[in-house]
Ligand binder design. Structure first.
Ligand SMILES: Cc1cc2nc3c(=O)[nH]c(=O)nc-3n(C[C@H](O)[C@H](O)[C@H](O)COP(=O)(O)OP(=O)(O)OC[C@H]3O[C@@H](n4cnc5c(N)ncnc54)[C@H](O)[C@@H]3O)c2cc1C
Length: 374
């Protein structure tokens, strides 16, 4: 039987795939990464905000980011509430440059990258797979190919069925944006099931976007008209547009089978409430690489067993997602914005990675309710 060409083929050079590739190569596995895009950072679909926990764990170079230390949350009436948490921050990123950096890191660790190579399937050959299109023999396949995973479809794994649709425009020259805040807009008409946002990004750009629950389609021009009453767009120039699906139905099942494993959005590992998926994509890619290396090199349990207990289940966030989908009437949100319980809940959503399933989340909630701080 022909020898293996690679230990692992990773489909998708996004956050999950590149974190997986780097860690797997560092563990001594030979790694091939395939992506249908022509180059890393091409046609980015995400806003690219990174939470503090991920920024620290992955040591993202400061030149690719800009710190934002709080959130300004707007009611439908545009009344606003500032939320900060001492020591906490978010990072706006130059996302195309961040993707190029992650790809360089993976290549530097030894992963072989093939862009402009869409996934065309694979067939079983003994205990290996043979990849269509290139004929490489590989032992394991990691599906890191995003919310509509072709790997999941091809191998009969679980698939995402519930989505938000997000769209965003990037501008230069918008004036009047408080630079140390993420500007988040609650509006049941324009952004049902999610929010609108204005992010003061890296290198002076502003990212203006919104998402809503499928099958609704976000109306970006209407949202831009709304925020134009707060920020000056007179000298603004549109420099880019991005958007895509965000899976919010929780982890897919099964997520692995016989040498094939899903990570990141392909595995449904996105917070159903905040819709943040970059942190979990990086972490799930990293964890998958180590589970594969432990299994292949150290005789540990198969990756699916090793990873099953470590995956977030999002039970609480999925319940809150159901409420968010219904959405409170705009008048109720307008009235609630200035109240302590509302501020406490908002702090928990924005500043605690595990929300009210974390001790910190409950401590903060109690403190805000008792003292009324924001
Ligand atoms: C509008 C929008 C805004 C968002 N904002 C944020 C945010 O600010 N912060 C946050 O944490 N999360 C955000 N998210 C979610 C976040 O972007 C995703 O959770 C994250 O990108 C998931 O990473 P991933 O590597 O799993 O998938 P992806 O980033 O989707 O990467 C998948 C890769 O697979 C490749 N691919 C797909 N199909 C194939 C194929 N058939 N063959 C070969 N290659 C293929 C793609 O080209 C891509 O490179 C946002 C999402 C959207 C849509």
């Amino acid at each position: 039987m022909r020898a293996l060409d690679y230990d692992v083929a990773i489909v998708g050079a996004g956050f999950a795939g590149l974190a997986c590739a780097r860690a797997a190569a560092r563990r001594g596995l030979s790694v091939l990464v395939l992506d249908r895009r022509h180059a890393p950072g091409e046609r980015v679909h995400t806003t690219g905000l990174v939470v503090k926990e991920a920024a620290e764990r992955w040591e993202i170079p400061a030149t690719l980011t800009r710190r934002v230390r709080g959130v300004r949350l707007y009611a439908p009436s545009l009344a606003s509430l500032d939320l900060v948490a001492a020591g906490y921050y978010f990072l706006a990123t130059d996302t195309p440059a961040l993707m190029r950096w992650l790809a360089r890191e993976a290549a530097r660790a030894g992963a072989r990258m093939q862009f402009a190579r869409p996934w065309r399937g694979a067939r079983r050959d003994g205990d290996a797979f043979v990849l269509a299109g290139g004929g490489e023999r590989v032992r394991d396949i990691v599906g890191a190919d995003g919310p509509r995973s072709a790997v999941a479809a091809g191998f009969g794994l679980g698939r995402n069925t519930e989505f938000l649709l997000g769209v965003e425009a990037e501008y230069e020259g918008v004036a009047g944006i408080e630079p140390d805040r993420l500007h988040c807009f609650l509006d049941r008409t324009l952004a049902r099931g999610y929010i609108g946002w204005v992010v003061p990004g890296v290198h002076g750009v502003a990212q203006v976007g919104l998402a809503c629950r499928r099958p609704a389609v976000p109306n970006l021009p209407a949202f831009e008209r709304k925020v134009a009453s707060l920020f000056a767009f007179d000298a603004a120039r549109r420099t880019g547009r991005r958007g895509g699906l965000i899976p919010v139905g929780g982890p897919v099942a099964p997520f692995a089978r016989d040498g094939v494993l899903l990570v990141g959005d392909a595995a449904g590992l996105v917070s159903p409430l905040s819709a943040g998926g970059i942190h979990t994509a990086l972490a799930s890619g990293w964890a998958a690489a180590h589970a594969i290396a432990d299994h292949r090199h150290e005789g540990a349990a198969p990756p699916a067993h090793a990873l099953a207990g470590t995956r977030p289940r999002y039970a609480c966030k999925r319940a809150l997602r159901a409420l968010h989908d219904i959405g409170a009437p705009d008048a109720v949100v307008d009235a609630a914005l200035a109240t302590r319980p509302f501020a406490a809940l908002a702090r928990s959503v924005y500043f605690h990675h595990r929300g009210l399933t974390s001790v910190d989340g409950w401590r903060d909630l109690a403190r805000t309710l008792l003292r009324g701080g924001t």
